[in-house]
Design a protein around this ligand. Structure first.
Ligand code: COA
Ligand code: AMP
Length: 630
């Protein structure tokens, strides 16, 4: 039996021993004597009698072990441009002091703190500072606008909001403070305090908002007047963070992560999946606003004692397609984790990888990809130009770490283009048909995971147990529904083909078509609409809107498009990348009124499709096909 097979077998046959053994790699205040608590099944808890502090595991323990001088974090901004490094001792100092600031503002264990920040070190410092005092952070991606921020504030009810004067995007600055102010005006439950990290490149500071509904303070001023906070010991089952992610409806889902299971799973994953140990340099080119950033810019690498790179910039255009290679060579990066869309962007700008010849990337051993499917073409290009393993792995905000991967530190396996390889120990991945029956190898179906999920995965949705069960557990009892469809081949390799719901994936960003439809439908000229994710050469998918005008309304299609694009940008944010609008006579529907979004997408993508037997009026589909040229 290979070491992978042995680990997998043990993880499912004897999860108690497997995960209690893995838990030994974590520093506990009270070591757990039990791994799984199944008394509330189908909701599960891990390490029910353990207590720990996540920031101690990320920082203090390494300093105490004598590694205080090791580099913990390298902030590299291609946008300013600027660079700053923090040793473990320095990062601990910054985190403990900012934790003191939060304490001084009255934040106590269990309170929520919203972090709305660009890719600067202070974002990671704020997250770790919350963890230090047992507060629950909720990071909101900087590409979301005021209304999305307000929705998250309404749900999480934070006491403090930590932000910065803004972010730097190519060719423009993004001022955060007017958006924060607008969000405070929209929410029913504003935080009592806003803390602003002032960036000299971006106008606006806390002092400009003295008359607002909350008390606004300057980060640096508060830090200068504060003292370090001691870590608070929390139950392993206490929440570490809430991270909102797109569901099929307009309201985002607040995925809750615990402290203990998360620490054990991420520590295990750094060594066994990514082959990263203390002292290695690791770089995840993502954003702290996404789960990938939480797990593998901040918590995973620091808990492993590695050096993590926090990059503010893009793969291309900041200033060129050599940005990734520069960072690898300047910082001796051992492994890079990014989204396939970033690789496609580099390839488009530099098809022969000429930029690569300007740098030495000898230290790079592996390129990891996730966030969307690594298509075989991109996989082959990257493997060829890098001459190193390019490793796809599949996961979701909900799971917090990989469901399927090629475990480079445990048992590297042959790579197959288009597959993230095999289920990770702890995840019993199965494929079922619409009735919940298991299907044969190579047959497409719903990808589900037999319960319980391993440690580190979501423990629920924030204060919405009903939605948690409806969304993930009720469809196929005994299983977690991933929302993805795909198949497993005869060698046990998993192939993920795409979402089976109305969630779309644009440039590795998970977005809800439902949220966009709600905005588009609010335009006075629009009677009804559908937004579907169509194929995009670089971003994988992009949203495409189809609108039916109200009877008697006359509006120039380009004017309508511009107005709708502006509305989506204003209400959801630039990250929605909503640019396409087509006016149609009618939307294809089933007899029960459900819009046939999948068929619309297939027509727009020029794919084969079968006309559903439940269709209300086949002529509508025919007209759409004729109009879209399929
Ligand atoms: N704050 C404010 N605006 C942001 C933003 C942020 N943090 N991130 C993106 N935006 C804006 C962009 O400036 C852009 O605005 P524009 O319409 O004015 O040009 C818009 O949102 C769309 O952004 P994006 O889809 O990211 O396109 P892009 O052209 O800026 O970059 C890629 C394209 C492929 C280079 C980029 O998407 C990328 O690097 N993706 C990696 C994805 C990733 O990290 N995923 C996380 C999971 S691993
Ligand atoms: P997010 O929650 O933003 O991480 O998005 C999760 C979704 O992204 C998954 O449900 C998949 O649809 C998609 N996804 C992420 N990684 C992969 C991958 N390696 N292969 C295929 N799809 C992926």
């Amino acid at each position: 039996m290979s070491s992978y097979e042995e680990a997998f077998r043990q993880s499912v046959e004897d999860p108690e021993s497997f995960w209690l053994e893995a838990a030994k790699a974590v520093d506990w205040d009270t070591a757990p004597t039990r791994a799984l608590d199944d008394t509330q099944a189908p909701s599960y808890r891990w390490f029910p009698d353990g207590a720990l502090n996540t920031s101690v595991n990320a920082l203090d323990r390494h300093v105490a072990a004598g590694a205080g001088d090791r580099t913990a974090l390298i902030w590299d901004s291609a946008m300013v441009p600027a660079k700053k490094t923090y040793t473990y001792a320095e990062l601990l100092d910054e985190v403990a002091t900012f934790a003191g600031v939060l304490r001084d503002q009255g934040v106590v264990a269990g309170d929520r703190v919203i972090i709305y920040m660009p890719m600067i070190s202070e974002a990671a410092i704020a997250m770790l500072a919350c963890a230090r005092i047992g507060a629950v952070h909720s990071v909101v991606f900087g590409g979301f606008a005021a209304k999305e921020l307000a929705t998250r504030i309404d749900d999480a009810r934070p006491v403090v909001l930590v932000t910065a004067s803004g972010g730097l995007e190519p060719g423009r600055t993004v001022e955060y403070l007017p958006m924060v102010e607008a969000a405070l005006g929209l929410t029913k439950t504003p935080p009592h305090t806003v803390i602003v990290k002032d960036r000299e490149q971006i106008p606006g500071s806390a002092a400009d908002y003295k008359a607002s509904t909350a008390a606004w303070f300057d980060w640096d001023e508060l830090v200068a007047d504060s003292s370090p906070a001691e870590p608070v010991s929390v139950a392993a089952t206490d929440p570490l963070y809430i991270l909102y992610t797109s569901g099929t409806t307009g309201k985002p889902k607040g995925v809750v992560r615990d402290n203990g299971g998360h620490a054990v799973a991420l520590t295990w994953s750094m060594r066994n999946i990514y082959d990263i140990d203390a002292g290695d340099v690791w770089w995840t080119a993502s954003d702290v606003g996404w789960v990938v950033g939480h797990s593998y810019i901040v918590y995973g690498p620091l808990m492993a004692g590695a050096t993590t790179v926090l990059y503010e910039g893009k793969p291309v255009g900041t200033p060129d397609a050599g940005a990734f290679w520069r960072i690898i060579s300047e910082n001796n990066v051992k492994a890079l984790f990014t989204a396939p869309t970033a690789i496609r962007a580099v390839r488009k700008a530099d098809p022969d990888a000429e930029e690569l010849t300007k740098y030495s990337i000898d230290t790079l051993e592996t390129l990891f990809a996730a966030g969307e499917r690594l298509d075989p073409d991109t996989y082959e290009w990257a493997s060829r130009v890098l001459e190193r393993p390019v490793v796809d792995h599949w996961w979701q905000t909900e799971t917090g770490w990989a469901i399927a991967a090629n475990l480079r530190g445990l048992d590297p396996m042959p790579l197959k283009a288009g597959s993230p390889t095999v289920p990770v120990p702890g995840y019993r991945v199965e494929i079922v048909d619409a009735h919940g029956d298991l299907v044969k190898a190579n047959t497409e179906g719903n990808i589900v995971v037999r319960l319980p999920l391993p440690p580190g995965t979501l423990t629920g949705l924030w204060q919405d147990e009903d939605r948690f069960r409806r969304s993930y557990l009720d469809t196929f009892p005994g299983y977690y529904l991933t929302g993805d469809s795909g198949y497993v081949d005869e060698d046990g390799y998993v192939f993920v083909l795409g979402r089976s719901d109305d969630v779309i994936n644009v440039a590795g960003h998970r977005l809800s078509t439902g949220t966009m439809e709600a905005v588009v439908a609010s335009h006075p000229a629009v009677a009804e609409c559908a937004v579907v994710g169509i194929r995009d050469e670089i971003k994988g998918q992009r949203p495409s809107g189809y609108v039916v005008l109200k009877a008697g309304v006359e509006i120039d299609p380009e004017t309508l498009r511009q107005e709708l694009v502006a509305m989506v940008r204003d209400q959801i944010g630039a990250v929605a990348t909503f640019r396409d609008v087509t006016v149609v006579q009618a939307l294809p529907k089933t007899r029960s009124g459900k819009i046939l979004r999948k068929t619309m997408r297939q027509i727009a993508d020029n794919e084969q499709y079968t006309v559903p037997s439940t269709i209300e009026d086949p002529a509508v589909l025919e007209a759409l096909r004729a109009q879209l040229g399929g």
